[in-house]
Design a protein around this ligand. Sequence first.
Ligand code: SF4
Length: 253
Amino acid sequence: MKSESPSLKNLVELLSYSKELGLGDVVLDGLTREEIMSSNIGEDIKSTGTAIDQGIDQNSPEPLIWSEAVSEMNYKSLEETANHCQKCALCEKRNRVVFSDGHVDARLMIVGEAPGAKEDEAGIPFVGQAGKFLDLLLASISLSRKNSVYICNVLKCRPPGNRNPLPDEIETCTPYLARQIALVAPEVILAVGTFAAQFLTGKKLPLGKLRGSTYSYKGVPLVVTYHPAALLRNSGWTRPTWEDFQLLRKIMD
Ligand code: SF4
């Protein structure tokens, strides 16, 4: 069941009382990235995914060498390399590389999908209304972006017009994410949005079917949930998102 876009205040109330509201599940397939973008409340929903450790173009030896080099970088080198990266065409129209926010020693790592317009301007993932709502969701389980979380995206540069990322863009950029996960070494990963969830689980299923379970990414517990931008658009996802955050808290405890 879809509903009209609620205000942030209403969503907080919905979250607080989600159990009593009895909102039904809504599968993410019902909402396209373009629909989210046109609502002006979210920046980075996409709907395709691939396995994180598939590697990059197997027909080209040069990217493989680069991928291996990335896999051995320390954090500072990794960030500096990403901030000057021109490995795919997304570098041409970006304003800022959006590498991460939060603490490198955080227990929780949140992986979104790709920068939107506001993130591209700020160079920080999850800003704007979706970012504020993510902060509220974190607060609901006694976590804060400032103190407890490391946040990044699958892609570090914004796809023009918020279009879906191309397969070669995904494959070229994913060594950064793989190395970020290895260096941060979180106790648990939260993938938000269909694209990030499919990417990290390696399963091309709708988010409504993926959520509710605990996965493993190279031995790290992985929980998936709806993207906060999509949640702002569809209050029916409040209850399952609440449950996903409770699952996350349970794993961390
Ligand atoms: S999206 Fe990733 S691979 Fe492409 S230019 Fe940006 S950092 Fe490099």
